[in-house]
Design a protein around this ligand. Structure first.
Ligand code: NOJ
Length: 592
């Protein structure tokens, strides 16, 4: 009996200790920081499981592959892994079409592999966040098969149906449909079903309480296994006005904002929080598609009891022609970029907590889009962007491969693409006589497959990703951009990433410090300070290929360089004049 008591007490102590945020060795006075949370201090590393490491030679990454590389992930210094969906799926949208929420996708392994992965991660002090995809299921999900079988089936109301005798339903746009139409006619019951994404991704009917309860059960299933949180796929889209009125004119060409503002959205999130999230010490992060800066606090203000975090898309429109996926030859305005991040910081302020990211599985590679992927500037601009991500007041979400400076693959032929978005858009243009050449050129810059190519481990065949035939081509630049080579080079993008994570962890000012934008109108330099309990840090980032100067007036005599992305430190003259070399990133600790 005593032995059992001792175990209970030890487990309780372990639980209390594990809830404490890290950074024990930090320089700041911890006691004065309110509302510390582990997920505010974490760096999240996103792994696209299909492309990380293949253990069985079938050309597709898998869970055993991830397990074999956990020491690498740990060596980076990150705290959390977010895995894109790993559940049973026919893979029309690479796992974002789930056919069974309680089974692991066969290509990725088994539930036993999952349990090992979770144990091995926790043993190393790494937390696991899974992707919760509950706006829609796969059309292969048993619920949908039942639902479509007859109008009186008990699962009929798990999805949105529009009986054909009422005429055509009001226009709704779809992301991945060849006809851009989110309603698909189904002859079995003479009705249309709604799918905001592909036809094989029917939208669940959240207005049905049975659906919500079924989803909460799935969430508990994974949380009770011990996972540490959820990234919630297009969660703002879940609520719908089921009368399906005509889409108001202002939303044509901008329908994402309509989709993200359904009538009972926040009632559902509050209910989810009450029934599930509030019962666990976990992290919940909304994919905030369609959510504007004016709405963010509705999701993340702790007093509302909904979610912890939301990652926003505001900056993602920069560099594109408005309302399209077409790259704007005018490029990206740094002044606009600064304005977006500054606005998000000021609105969130101390009323919640932000996120920061520049690449994921839906975007081109960070360095190609935001930096410069030419041999001259690839490494420097990668490090500069990483400096930005690691010095903002928000939880960084960092996409695998960006720590190596991986670049867009820029396929020449449509045959090389695997992504439903590119393939369907191509098909649509072909059928409607669009300009295919122009489209393919643009896809080199924006297509999602650019960010999904296999991870580059070493210089062996297929970059050490697989012994088989990779599901998506490996970027030929793997001979120079890979883990093995970069680990040997003290100045590599990889080693810089490790170094700046250590710096962030050691200096709580970089996590919690107040952010102030400086020299706002400077078109070349992003300059800001972070201040916490008397400590002041200055961050200077040159976003250009030429030398640039910030207009500032600090006394730099006592300033100390905390990190710089050039192998040589800036001269004292450059420091005094706030002058930066091309793509230079430098972080100073300012003297008092
Ligand atoms: C957002 C995901 O990030 C994307 O990859 C997916 O295609 C859509 N949601 C649909 O689930």
């Amino acid at each position: 009996m005593k032995y059992i008591n001792l175990i209970v007490i030890m487990a309780a102590i372990a639980a209390i200790v594990s809830c404490q945020p890290q950074n024990k060795k930090s320089t700041a006075k911890n006691t004065t920081i309110p509302n510390r949370k582990w997920w505010k201090e974490a760096v999240v590393y996103q792994i696209y499981p299909r492309s990380f490491k293949d253990s069985n030679g079938d050309g597709v990454g898998d869970l055993k592959g991830i397990i074999s590389k956990l020491d690498y992930v740990k060596s980076l210094g990150v705290n959390v892994i977010w895995l894109n969906p790993i559940f049973a799926s026919p893979n029309h949208d690479n796992g974002y079409d789930i056919s069974n929420y309680r089974e692991i996708m066969k290509q990725f392994g088994t539930m036993a592999d999952f349990d090992t992965l979770l144990n091995e991660m926790h043993r190393r002090g790494l937390k696991l966040v899974l992707d919760l995809v509950v706006n829609h299921t796969s059309s292969d999900h048993r619920w949908f098969k039942q639902s479509r079988s007859s109008r009186t089936n008990p699962y009929r109301n798990y999805y949105h149906w529009w009986p054909a005798e009422r005429g055509k339903p009001a226009k709704r746009y779809s992301y991945f449909d060849v006809d851009n139409n989110a309603w698909k006619y189904d002859s079995t019951t003479n009705a249309y079903y709604l799918h905001y994404f592909a036809r094989s991704q029917p939208d669940l009917n959240w207005e049905n309480p049975k659906v919500r309860q079924a989803i909460y059960k799935i969430m508990r299933f994974w949380l009770d296994k011990g996972i540490d949180g959820f990234r919630m796929d297009v969660i703002p889209f879940i609520a719908k006005d089921t009368t399906f009125p005509k889409l108001p004119a202002k939303y044509h060409g901008n329908f994402v904002h309509y989709y993200a503002n359904g009538p009972h959205l926040h009632d559902y999130l509050k209910e989810m929080n009450k029934e599930v999230l509030s019962k666990y010490n976990i992290m919940s992060v909304a994919e905030g598609a369609g959510v504007t800066v004016n709405e963010v606090l509705n999701f993340i203000n702790p007093s509302r009891h909904e979610l912890n975090l939301l990652y926003n898309f505001d900056a993602m429109r920069l560099g594109l022609i408005p309302g399209t996926r077409e790259v704007d030859p005018k490029g990206i305005s740094l002044v606009d970029f600064k304005e977006i991040y500054t606005k998000w910081d000021s609105v969130i302020d101390d009323k919640g907590w932000g996120t920061i990211w520049l690449g994921n599985h839906d975007t081109p590679r960070m360095v190609t889009h935001w930096g410069n992927d030419t041999p001259e500037f690839r490494a420097l601009s990668s490090k500069m962007l990483t400096t930005f991500l690691m010095t903002m007041r928000a939880t960084p979400f960092y996409y695998f491969g960006d720590e190596l400076g991986m670049t867009n693959i820029k396929f020449d032929s449509i045959k090389d693409y695997r992504d439903i978005e590119t393939l369907h858009e191509y098909q649509h243009l072909k059928e409607t006589g669009g300009n295919l050449k122009k489209f393919l050129n643009n896809e080199k810059l924006v297509a999602r497959d650019n960010g999904r190519t296999p991870f580059q481990w070493d210089t062996t065949r297929n970059a050490g990703f697989t012994t088989g035939h990779p599901w998506l081509k490996v970027n030929p630049n793997y001979k120079t951009i890979n883990v093995a080579t970069e680990e040997q080079n003290p100045n590599s993008v990889l080693n810089y990433f490790k170094k700046i994570i250590r710096l962030r962890k050691k200096n709580l000012v970089l996590i919690y410090g107040k952010y102030t934008l400086l020299d706002k109108e400077n078109p070349d330099v992003y300059a800001y300070t972070r201040v916490l309990n008397g400590e002041k840090v200055l961050v200077l980032l040159n976003f250009t290929t030429h030398k640039a100067q910030a207009k500032l007036s600090f006394d730099m005599n006592k300033a100390k360089v905390l990190i710089d992305n050039y192998p040589s430190l800036p001269s004292s003259g450059m420091i005094k004049d706030f002058e930066l070399r091309p793509y230079e990133a430098v972080v100073f600790k300012l003297g008092n």
